[in-house]
Design a protein. Structure first.
Length: 282
């Protein structure tokens, strides 16, 4: 992955902005990242919210982002016992290099996402073949298969019951997806391993290529998956906090200083009373 793509991802820039260049200063341990707006995209007006046809005026601005690489040092790194992350290779490379003694627990929501994506690939492949025969059986059914059964609407339940009457590859992939959920209920690593091996056999013998591929991916990362049985750790708290931070930044259209950003977070969390201390907001 290119460096620009890496920062594009971790900064959550979306589709409207792109990283165009990087300049690293080893002495000060800083990275200057140039971000530009994607030409031709429409943007919402800050006053009325309507999309504009183009940007007719702009000026360059400089912002100081939060620390990205939170330089912990060897002593602090060695005290880390558990790391919860997804299966992205740069994460695993950094963990292996800087905190090799830490136990890796893969975030279960990321694992579920991989299985959901594989199942949806089966659905899309089957849908295309059915459409070639003018059969619209799977049309507009994506969210029916991605939802948890208990969250289906009455109308979706009726559609799902009808789909079960047909011998669909998508339904087989769906059953594999639902079966995998039980791995998170085990409190023993060995029991979780035994369950996975049985699920792996079913997935690799299902004659569903996307499910076979994801099964082998999970097999390569098995130790980090079944470690959840012991540590019960996920990234849900961090993800929730990230979403709140992004919402704060969006409402404020950015922050000029780190102090302003910190105060906004404290105010949002109820740690700072703006009405009593207006000057603290900078």
């Amino acid at each position: 992955m290119r460096d620009t793509s890496f920062f594009q991802r971790i900064l959550h820039l979306g589709d409207s902005w792109k990283v165009t260049s990087l300049d690293c200063d080893e002495e000060t341990k800083t990275i200057r990242i140039r971000v530009e707006f994607v030409k031709g995209l429409k943007v919402p007006c800050r006053s009325c919210g309507q999309l504009s046809s183009s940007i007719y005026d702009h000026r360059e601005r400089e912002w100081r982002h939060l620390n990205i690489f939170d330089f912990m040092g060897k002593e602090r790194s060695e005290r880390i016992e558990i790391v919860c992350c997804d299966m992205w290779n740069p994460y695993l490379h950094a963990i292996g290099k800087y905190i090799p003694k830490a136990t890796v627990v893969f975030d279960k929501f990321h694992v579920r996402k991989l299985i959901n994506e594989a199942m949806d690939r089966v659905r899309r492949q089957e849908q295309r073949k059915l459409q070639e025969k003018n059969i619209s059986l799977l049309k507009k059914t994506r969210y029916i298969f991605l939802k948890n059964p208990e969250n289906l609407t009455e109308r979706q339940e009726v559609t799902f019951d009808e789909l079960q009457k047909h011998q669909l590859k998508t339904m087989r992939a769906y059953n594999l997806k639902e079966l995998f959920k039980y791995i998170w209920d085990f409190s023993s690593v060995e029991s979780a391993r035994e369950f996975f091996n049985k699920w792996f056999w079913k997935a690799t013998h299902s004659r569903l290529e996307p499910m076979r591929e994801v099964a082998h991916t999970l097999k390569r990362h098995l130790e980090g998956i079944i470690a959840y049985a012991k540590y019960r750790m996920t990234n849900s708290y961090v993800e929730g906090m990230n979403n709140k931070i992004k919402a704060i930044v969006h409402k404020a259209y950015g922050f000029r200083t780190t102090r302003c950003f910190k105060n906004a977070i404290l105010f949002h969390c109820g740690k700072l009373n703006y009405s009593n201390s207006p000057t603290q907001m900078g």
